[in-house]
Design a binder for this molecule. Structure first.
Ligand SMILES: C[S@@+](CC[C@H](N)C(=O)[O-])C[C@H]1O[C@@H](n2cnc3c(N)ncnc32)[C@H](O)[C@@H]1O
Length: 460
């Protein structure tokens, strides 16, 4: 079965002027996106920006999105293929040529674009966007890439390497991420967990409690999220939903909704609620509604002023914006909070499915660099909580170095007790973390959520 764009591209290989121009324009957009991502841009933002400036058809828009996201996601393995096929290091090639080769290899090996179209259109792209002098090298390398299929290349590249390295190549993850997953997952789930990072999630919406109900949101289509009481899965552009435009609903992964609701459901002392790492404000917007439903005062804090403005915007539909710019390690506020959310800065290894390029940008050393900040934020959260108040320590990462190890370091010298968090969500299967059964660890391959981690700590 051909995808629509495969048919369009097959047609474009024939001398039909309109079709051909359309396909080249799509690839030019993809190349511009690849360059911007190489310069440090986020694939989702770059693609959205570029597509908003074009008048591509919906077929071409889907083609560009799949091509750019795929090339970003598969980059490490595509690079290994290109180096093996060319017999030269990528650093010996012009960066623009590398972009063209990655996009070409993605089309040939991962998309259902016919080989002749993938090669010919890449050569044409190189000619128009870089210069005629590079067409020979692009043509020669892509022809060698096309000599094998994906499985054939994985076989070749894995020779003499461990099963572990083979898994990383085949699922397109750097070794350190495969290892981090391996440390916290049963062996028979490792491949499924990594493969789940290669599938874009269905958009998930969330209501702002007290401003609208989930039933009202469902009148715009979609299905209720299975675990969160506040969410709706809905294909299509969230901006098409009036409540999202009005700020009475937002876009939020179901796992994020679940960890916020845990802090709402747990038994905790009276007192104001706070989200002390609030930017850009997704969790704060849900938590504020839940606090209002119980008449609890709410505070959102964020270190960076520009991100604090995003929080204020996310909360604006509530009519008041209790947002402060503050360092939550040394906050000015005093310690009588009943519930505090510490959604700590982390590597984001749990959200790889929505950040295609992230796995090749993050480094193993990032985990160690963030660790002291995470410990200090959790300590300060507990310090500012009243007796029997609860802190939710949350990361969008399953890496034990920024989850279990951080909580252990804080518990070693803090007067707090771990709450059995999975017991609060008995209907969610397999939510216990392998590092401690009192922690929650969600997974894309188990729950179709981001890999959110949550520990609930009660101050003595
Ligand atoms: C993982 S993000 C939070 C995401 C947010 N809770 C949401 O759901 O939209 C972590 C946030 O903490 C902020 N941050 C980092 N260091 C901080 C500090 N010392 N005090 C307060 N906020 C900090 C970062 O700027 C970032 O916006």
């Amino acid at each position: 079965m051909c995808n629509n764009w495969t048919a369009a591209l097959s047609k474009s290989a024939k001398p039909v002027a309109g079709e051909r121009r359309r396909a080249i324009t799509a690839r030019q957009t993809a190349l511009a996106a690849a360059k911007a991502i190489r310069a440090g841009g986020y694939a989702n933002l770059v693609v959205a920006d570029l597509l908003s400036e074009t008048s591509l058809t919906s077929v071409d828009t889907r083609f560009v999105t799949e091509l750019v996201y795929g090339a970003a996601r598969h980059q490490g393995t595509l690079d290994a293929v290109i180096e093996a096929a060319s017999g030269r290091a990528l650093t010996s090639l012009q960066p623009g040529v590398v972009d063209v080769l990655r996009l070409g290899a993605e089309q040939i090996l991962k998309m259902r674009v016919p080989v002749h179209a993938g090669v010919a259109e890449s050569v044409e792209l190189a000619r128009t966007q870089i210069g005629a002098r590079v067409t020979g090298v692009v043509n020669a390398i892509l022809r060698r890439v096309a000599a094998r299929d994906w499985a054939g290349w994985i076989e070749v590249l894995s020779q003499g390497r461990s099963e572990f390295a083979r898994l990383g190549l085949d699922t397109c993850h750097p070794d350190w991420i495969v290892q981090a997953y391996q440390e916290v997952l049963p062996a028979d789930e490792l491949r499924a967990a990594l493969e789940a990072n290669n599938v874009a999630p269905t958009p998930t919406l969330v209501v702002r409690p007290t401003l609208m109900t989930r039933e009202e949101l469902l009148t715009h289509g979609g299905t209720p999220t299975p675990y969160s009481r506040w969410g709706v899965r809905r294909e299509g552009n969230p901006g098409d939903v009036p409540a999202v435009r009005q700020g009475r609903a937002g876009v939020q992964d179901e796992g994020s909704q679940m960890v916020v609701d845990l802090l709402n459901q747990v038994d905790a002392a009276e007192g104001p609620w706070a989200d002390v790492c609030a930017g850009p404000g997704g969790k704060a917007a849900l938590l504020m509604g839940l606090a209002r439903a119980r008449s609890a005062p709410f505070l959102a804090a964020e270190l960076h002023p520009h991100r604090a403005r995003l929080v204020a915007s996310a909360l604006s539909a509530y009519g008041s914006t209790p947002v402060v710019v503050a360092d939550a390690r040394t906050p000015a506020w005093c310690g009588d909070f009943g519930r505090i959310l510490v959604d700590a800065p982390c590597t984001g290894l749990g959200a790889l499915r929505r950040r295609p390029e992230a796995r090749w940008v993050k480094r193993a050393s990032d985990v160690a660099q963030l660790r002291q900040l995470q410990i200090d934020l959790l300590r300060a959260g507990l310090d500012r909580t009243t007796s029997s108040g609860v802190v939710a320590y949350v990361t969008c990462s399953p890496h034990r170095g920024e989850t279990a190890d951080v909580v252990a370091a804080v518990l070693a010298d803090q007067t707090a007790d771990l709450i059995n968090a999975p017991a609060l969500i008995p209907d969610v299967p397999m939510a216990r973390a392998s590092t401690d059964p009192r922690f929650i660890q969600l997974w894309p391959h188990r729950h179709d959520t981001d890999a959110m981690f949550c520990a609930l700590l009660r101050r003595r």
